[in-house]
Design a protein around this ligand. Sequence first.
Ligand SMILES: [Cu+2]
Length: 92
Amino acid sequence: MSNFYESQKYRLSLNYNSSGEEEHRMQKETLTVPNISCGHCVMNIKNELSEMEGVNSVDGSPEAKSIMVEFEDPATLEKIKETLKEINYPAS
Ligand SMILES: [Cu+2]
């Protein structure tokens, strides 16, 4: 597990170019998904979004009906919302 985090950290450090600017900024968004009714819904969403390239972590709360997702290129908020729509959990 620690190896995984070390490699993630290393990979992220490579995202800085020579001028010190971030090329692929990691984004963290919280989306409200009204169709979430239980933990299984959150599990389904986690499974689907985790398969998207660029999505680094997905967390969710059945109580808050929300999904927290961390992503970078090539994933975008738009693509994530599209995927949620496709699996019948559109974000509000
Ligand atoms: Cu459910």
